[in-house]
Design a protein around this ligand. Structure first.
Ligand code: SF4
Ligand code: SF4
Length: 191
């Protein structure tokens, strides 16, 4: 394996930077958040069947649950589609409102989307969701710049349809000798 390929990929470095930002700037704020995302009043929680079964304490089979859901028998906050389930408009049953905490934190049943929100790596960029009041784009961009080094610059763009979603892409800084941006191999899905 060449030395270049053994270096961490840009995607991996961005994922690590996003995780470090969440740990340092977002998670400490959750305990005092004015609009917790786990209330699901703005966000939609994507769930697999096993997660619905555990979090909603469903004791019937999946076909029976699906039939009940389709017949309007609830839970009213869950919709089914594409083999998955989507919860919205009522607090997640795993949310401890008094303690402002997730009761399944660190457990396999916790949906992946919960860990990604509000900052995550996607296709060689970092996406920040401004529906989280703890997100500060200046601090996030500075944190990414520190993690990647001076060979890269951060470029921001808001989603046209959902402007609260901001993508922070990285571009190599032009430098003499064509060595700009070295140090990371590019992720497969980088645009
Ligand atoms: S919206 Fe942000 S700060 Fe508030 S609970 Fe969710 S992740 Fe934490
Ligand atoms: S599983 Fe935990 S983190 Fe995810 S929405 Fe429910 S309470 Fe929040």
């Amino acid at each position: 394996m060449s030395p270049r390929l053994s270096r961490p990929s840009l995607s991996e470095a961005l994922a690590a930077a996003a995780a470090a930002y969440q740990a340092a700037e977002v998670i400490p704020h959750c305990a005092v958040c004015a609009k917790p995302c786990c209330r699901l009043d703005k966000l939609v929680l994507e769930l697999e069947w096993r997660q619905v079964k555990v979090l909603w304490r469903v004791d019937e089979s999946r076909p029976a649950f699906d039939r009940r859901l389709a017949a309007g028998g609830g839970p009213a906050e869950i919709r089914a589609g594409n083999g998955l389930y989507y919860a919205h408009s009522k607090p997640c049953p795993a949310y401890d409102e008094a303690g402002h905490a997730c009761r399944v934190y660190g457990q396999a049943v916790k949906p992946a989307g919960c860990s990604d929100f509000p900052v995550y790596e996607d296709g060689g960029s970092v996406v920040a969701d401004l529906r989280c009041e703890a997100v500060d784009l200046e601090v996030l961009a500075a944190s990414m710049a520190r993690a990647l080094g001076p060979a890269w610059r951060i470029v921001r763009s808001a989603d046209r349809e959902f402007p609260f979603l901001v993508t922070l892409s990285v571009r190599p800084v032009a430098a003499a000798g064509g060595r700009a941006g070295q140090g990371y191999s590019r992720g497969r899905r980088q645009k």
